[in-house]
Ligand binder design. Structure first.
Ligand SMILES: Cc1cc2nc3c(=O)[nH]c(=O)nc-3n(C[C@H](O)[C@H](O)[C@H](O)COP(=O)(O)O)c2cc1C
Ligand code: SF4
Length: 403
């Protein structure tokens, strides 16, 4: 029995046809624990079992790439042929077995994406692709502008990856359409300057790549299998996507049939602005000290308000970024109608945080201090990183042992 004073956060809510037992989501988190050629490992599975046990309503996995040139970091999951099906099946199966064992019914969606021109020196080093031939100013590389035929091929790859997720036993998929990656490179007015075809110009045209991925995927998996999107509420660069246009996009995506939208922010070029000091900028640093709790709330609430205006577009919204208190989650859900709150870094440090909260009150704040050492480690070490983990906690433990 859930105690009443834990609030709406511990009540169920559907995404499409799938019931999610509570409103706390693990936001997609790349863990650098696949093999160098993208296969699932036991260490990776173990991390997901911990999350299943930890009591989130829904886990969204780290991104799995639909093609080799879509990989931006080392030891990232691949999802571009049936060679990866067995590993993906083992991952989904282990997660479900764990939830059955403890009876919490937590669900797992596979995240699917392509980095486009936003790779790093640990990722794809060949020719970069994008909606347009506009330089990536973080790495000073010019991508090739995709032809219509090449776009259609990538759409097909996303649909096949979705079908593979379903075959593997995941409860749904989420496309990574935020943070400046390929999908974002199509709908953003800053990254898409195509002219003369259906993928550039108007907002409807810039949304087309995403919508075609959705439609092709729906053909493969039907409408019982939730298809979801993580998108930006703003790009954080001059001339980029702003919340007003993001709300219009959200309406298009909801009308076309996405089952939920997770609202995030920033493209990597935003980190060139000194006022946005974190790399990657979607992981804002020192959230508490800088007063950045729930830093995407304003844009997500605006999008929710717009979606609410028509029953048919009122799909669930997941808010991500700088969330660390149960009290705040309840306040957000109750005051805005946003259905879910997701966390990444707090659950790297404490995969059992939802269980701790559920066993409350008291419901302590997350221990994560948003220092980004977990991310810096993987950016610094690449394939030598022993998996994304809480470096701060390791430091604290070493200090305690010494004392
Ligand atoms: C180590 C690490 C890996 C991440 N991997 C992904 C990913 O695979 N896909 C994605 O959409 N976002 C990824 N993110 C971004 C998070 O999902 C989230 O949007 C961001 O960290 C803000 O949430 P937080 O404040 O709760 O950490 C990652 C973030 C970190 C720190
Ligand atoms: S290193 Fe630990 S405390 Fe720092 S952001 Fe990562 S999970 Fe949070």
């Amino acid at each position: 029995m859930v105690k009443k004073d834990l609030g709406t956060a511990f009540t169920p809510q559907n995404i499409g046809k799938v019931k999610i037992e509570n409103r706390i989501v693990r936001s997609a988190t790349y863990l650098s624990l696949a093999t160098e050629d993208g296969q699932i490992t036991d260490d990776l599975i173990k991390r997901y079992e911990e999350l299943a046990e930890g009591g989130v309503g829904l886990t969204i996995t780290g991104v799995s790439t639909v093609r080799e040139d879509g990989k931006q970091l080392a030891k990232m999951m691949h999802n571009f042929s049936d060679d990866y099906l067995e590993g993906l099946t083992n991952l989904a199966g282990a997660y479900h077995d764990k939830t059955k064992e403890i009876g919490n019914n937590s669900k797992i969606f596979l995240q699917v994406g392509h980095c486009g021109k936003q790779t790093t020196h640990w990722g794809w080093q060949g020719e970069l692709i994008s909606s347009s031939d506009i330089e990536n100013k973080v790495i000073n590389k010019m991508p090739k502008k995709l032809s219509v035929k090449e776009i259609e091929e990538i759409v097909k790859l996303f649909a096949e990856a979705t079908e593979r997720a379903k075959k593997a036993g995941f409860d749904g998929v989420q496309f990574h359409g935020a943070h400046g990656y390929l999908i974002n490179q199509f709908y953003s007015p800053y990254m898409n300057n195509r002219e003369g075809d259906k993928y550039g110009g108007s907002i409807e045209n810039r949304a087309k790549f995403t919508v075609e991925i959705l439609k092709e995927s729906q053909k493969k998996v039907g409408n019982m299998f939730p298809i979801n999107l993580k998108m930006n509420g703003y790009d954080g660069v001059k001339g980029g996507l702003e919340p007003n246009e993001a709300s219009e996009l959200a309406i298009i995506f909801a009308k076309e049939g996405f089952n939920s939208l997770e609202i995030s922010s920033y493209i990597h070029e935003a980190s060139l602005n000194v006022k946005i000091p974190s790399l990657p900028p979607e992981c804002q640093i020192n959230v508490r000290q800088r007063g950045l709790e729930a830093f995407n709330l304003k844009s997500a609430a605006q999008i929710k308000e717009k979606l609410k205006q028509t029953a048919s577009t009122n799909i669930p919204i997941i808010l991500v970024g700088g969330i660390y208190r149960l009290e705040k989650i309840n306040e957000i859900i109750d005051s805005t109608g946003i259905e879910f709150c997701s966390m990444c870094r707090p659950l790297i440090r404490q995969p059992n945080l939802p269980k701790l909260w559920r066993n409350g009150p008291p419901s302590p704040e997350a221990e994560c201090i948003h220092c980004n050492q977990c991310m810096n480690e993987v950016l610094r070490k690449g394939p030598k990183c022993q998996g994304v983990r809480c470096i701060q906690k390791e430091k604290e433990e070493r200090k305690r042992k010494k004392a």
